[in-house]
Design a protein around this ligand. Sequence first.
Ligand SMILES: Nc1nc2c(c(=O)[nH]1)N[C@H]1C(S)=C(S)[C@@H](COP(=O)(O)O)O[C@H]1N2
Ligand SMILES: [Mo]
Length: 162
Amino acid sequence: MSPHDETADPLQPHSHDPNPAPPSTDPAFELVLPDGRSQTITVHDLQQLPTTSVPNCYIVSTGHGTSGPFTFTGATLLDFVRHYCPEPWSQVEVISTDGFGNRVLAVELYQPDPAGPIVLAYQMDGQPLTREQGLVRLIVPSERDDALRQVKWVGMVKVVGD
Ligand SMILES: Nc1nc2c(c(=O)[nH]1)N[C@H]1C(S)=C(S)[C@@H](COP(=O)(O)O)O[C@H]1N2
Ligand SMILES: [Mo]
C-alpha cells in the first residue's frame, strides 16, 4: 500500500498539527451503536462505570516535545462499549468535534498492551481534566509516537458491528 492509500482513511494516524483550542465548551459526546441508535453520554455517565487509572502515560509529539508522565483516570473503552453496546462489535471509532479521529480494534481492547488499557479519561494526576486539556480524552498508553491517537474533546464514539 502506498502512503497515499494509507491517508485515504481519516481515522488512520496521519501527520497533523494539533488544534490548540477546544471546539466547544460541552464535554458530552454522542454514542452511536451498530444498529444506528444514538444517545448522549456525559462525564457523569462515564463516572458510573468502573474507575481505571493508568500511570506512566506520555503525550509524545516529535513536533512540539513530550509531556508526562501523567496518570490518566477514566473508564476503559472496553468497559464503556460492553456497558452500552449489547450487539456484537469489531471496532470503535473515536472522533473529536474538530475532526481528529482514531479507530480502535476490538483486539486492542481485549488484549491490552502492557503499557495499559485504552481509556476515556476525565482525570489527569488526580484532578478533573479541564476542557482545554481535552475532556473527554481518549488515552492510548501504547502510542508513543506523535500523539496521533490521544484524541482530545471526544465528540462521537461510533461502535462498528461485526
Ligand atoms: N481533538 C484533537 N485531539 C488531538 C489533536 C487535535 O488536533 N485535535 N492533536 C493530537 C496531536 S498531533 C498531539 S501532539 C496532541 C497534543 O496534546 P497536548 O495538547 O496534550 O500536548 O493531541 C492530539 N490529540
Ligand atoms: Mo502530534
